[in-house]
Design a protein around this ligand. Sequence first.
Ligand code: DGI
Ligand code: FE
Ligand code: FE
Length: 404
Amino acid sequence: MKIGLLGGTFDPVHNTHIYMAKETLKALKLDKVYLMPSFCPPHKNSAKITSEYHRINMVKLAVEEFDNIEYSDFEIKNKFSYTADTLTAWKELYPEDELYFIVGGDSVSSFENWYHPEIILEKAALVVIRRNDLTLGSFENTVKKLITKYHLNSEKISDCQRGLVILDTDVSGISSSFIRNHPLELCKDILPVKVYEYIRKNKLYTDEDVNMAWSVSEIKSDLQKILKESRYVHTLGVAKTAKDMAEIFDVNPNQAYLAGLLHDCAKHYSNEQLIETCVKNNILISKYEKNAPYLLHGKVGAYIAEKKYYIEDDQVLNAVKWHTTGKPEMTKLEQIIFCADYIEPGRSVQPNLSFLRQIAMKDLDLLTYHILKDTLNYLQNKNQLIDSFTKEAYEFYKEKIGEK
Ligand code: DGI
Ligand code: FE
Ligand code: FE
């Protein structure tokens, strides 16, 4: 197969990416072009990069209508930071593939400084898309230099792996950063329709939470005032852990972060206050909760999140509500909050933490099962009454992992 690979952050993907893919397909008669979002190490200077979750969703939407343009998770899945590694691994896995690595004319000037450019050129032919608005002189020079330095064939590329093709196209200078920095309405023409809708719906590239009555940072400073310091630190730990897990398990990281922040927002209530809040607001109290009223801080927390912080998202509210006992058939978000609460970095007394943290980013059901098991053990040792939801949750996830 003749395969084109178009890498990038895709933050967000836009019409020029699609155009580059289409032009290359046509000009080089490729079988497929993959849009391959790059892996950005979660902890490395990537604060300003939109989450993998959204970048991937947008790329998937952008390629949906094309038969021979597809999304590839190759770089993200393998956590490759360098093109040289990506291409090497690709060729090992699919030695028959003839690879064409597509770069925009503006990134070719720094190509020499990439990680092992000679490996890249050994594994793939370089396809350089010349933008019509670039000053020609410097572009020509850069390309000439590359051809000489790496002994590239630039005429006939079809039967030659070590080559460089220049495609002259009408690609304009629009870029993702323009989209990030301008009001979305101005970008309508340069985005695939579905990507435009997705950005609007998820409020990406706006001030994170313009449509929330309380912004995330306002909720944070409110919680900091209300909660004991250690509880507030725990809350931040849960939010961050939940967000990291959400990225891995394909859940909206913003929802996870918010639910994590709010999960213990009623933790400072006394047992009497918890019961009083439930009675006043017709929140049912089960016999287990009557026996151990602190269990109510989940339900009451969800109530406060809705009434005080005006959170309308039921998924977030339910994750807060069920975080203490868990229940059978939790949503992924509910599982993430339930688990993040147990394993966030500030926890230290629970047994098995290092094992649990090891499996945390790999198998959500297995993690849920082990946490439920340990919780039941702990409660049995302390002769505590066990909530029926906790018990049923345990049975449910035990069976679920048994089936795997
Ligand atoms: O609020 P956190 O301390 O962050 O954590 P949490 O909301 O998970 O509460 C933890 C406590 O809840 C822990 O001591 C175990 C207890 N718990 C969990 N499930 C049950 C339970 N306690 C009783 N009595 N019954 C349960 O089913
Ligand atoms: Fe809690
Ligand atoms: Fe908690």
